[in-house]
Design a protein around this ligand. Structure first.
Ligand code: IDP
Ligand code: MG
Length: 155
């Protein structure tokens, strides 16, 4: 089992709908550790870098318009298997098909305006984190609660 870091975005719809606190609470309540946090507006250039795999797709112009339409909150979360844990919490891409209990399934009805981004694997996390954070913006610290989130052999 590996301690991982994942790049998370609360997308412009989450900010506009005042859901950032709710989403952050879910991440904290799950036991994941926040090691980076900032608000920013994504430019067209940043969008193309972030969504490099989608730039040529027919839906990209609308995705670009959406993701650059207002501020986002960017986070790096850390924990045991944090990447797949976050993907599970997020639900599937289309909110209408996401299971209740997931973020997209509880708050979303859209395939595009689906509230949250999370790295989809270790390679993606490694590529995406430096797009948003300089190394000195990621904070190393221990939480006493961390000892109660999972056993030593699960870290
Ligand atoms: P993911 O966010 O669940 O990993 P991806 O397939 O990587 O989903 O797509 C990236 C983002 O692009 C989605 O979260 C969503 O905002 C948007 N998107 C994906 N597919 C479509 C589509 O068919 N139409 C419009 N927007 C889409
Ligand atoms: Mg994806």
């Amino acid at each position: 089992m590996a301690t991982e870091r994942s790049l998370i975005l609360f997308k412009p719809d989450a900010v506009q709908r005042r859901l950032c606190g709710e989403l952050l609470s879910r991440i904290e309540n799950r036991g994941l550790k926040i090691v980076g946090l900032k608000m920013l507006k994504i430019t067209k250039e940043l969008s193309a870098q972030h969504y490099a795999e989608h730039v040529e797709k027919p839906f990209y112009p609308l995705l670009e318009e959406f993701i650059t339409s207002g501020p986002v909150v960017a986070l790096v979360v850390e924990g045991p298997e944090a990447i797949s844990v976050m993907r599970g919490m997020m639900g599937s891409t289309n909110g209408r098909e996401s299971a209740p209990g997931t973020i997209r399934g509880d708050f979303g009805l859209s395939r595009q305006m689906n509230l949250i981004h999370g790295s989809d694997g270790p390679d993606a996390a490694e590529r995406e984190i430096p797009i948003y954070f300089n190394p000195e913006e990621l904070v190393e610290y221990e939480t006493t609660l961390g000892d109660w989130v999972c056993a030593d052999d699960e870290r």
